[in-house]
Design a protein around this ligand. Sequence first.
Ligand code: HEC
Length: 193
Amino acid sequence: MKPVPPPSEEDALRPHSFDGIREYDKRLPNWWLFTLYISIVFWVGYWSYFEWFGAGQTGGQVVSTAMARIEADRLASAPVDDASLWLMSQNPNFVTAGKVVFDSNCSACHLVSLRGKGESPAAIGPDLTDTGWVHGGRPTEVYDLISKGVLTKGMPTWAPVLGAKKMGEVTAYIMSRHKEGDPIVRETPPATP
Ligand code: HEC
């Protein structure tokens, strides 16, 4: 940084005077102006990224994403029981992955809404979002049913097709439409035509 040159005779004097102290009307140094302009340009980019477009994550979001990922890693190797499946159903990593599995493998019969016959009588599979369950509504019962299927009724056996990871994810996705403690109403299976 160059030293500020002493005021030249051309620098005009400002009109005010404080206790006899006068002030030159000096141009601000270039390095100072440069910093100001750069910060204005930076502000426009920063503000639009976080506030206008909402593209950037806030600190809180970064932390909760990281926490969800850490919990997902832990749950992925946890034994499959009701407690771990309920936790998976509240974990965005499992639910998002489970939706992908569901939409490509299950929606043909249960519909993308999961509501199956509850939404359209033409659907093959039953509603997976209501309180009525033919085979039980505890997470492990749902998991086991998906694993084994009900071949006589047209529900395929999924465990060999999906593998353990996707089985957990898709069960988590279905259970994310339910809450722990929701009533479980036993339904009799519809008669096969
Ligand atoms: C070819 C059609 C078909 C596909 C594909 C299918 N299902 Fe089913 N699903 C059914 C039918 C039919 C039933 C009813 C079985 C019964 O009544 O016993 C059923 C029942 C179920 C049930 C038990 C519901 C209850 O009330 O107990 C669950 C859970 C389920 N399916 C999940 C899935 C998942 C998850 C997938 C994808 C991985 C899937 N289904 C794919 C046809 C299908």
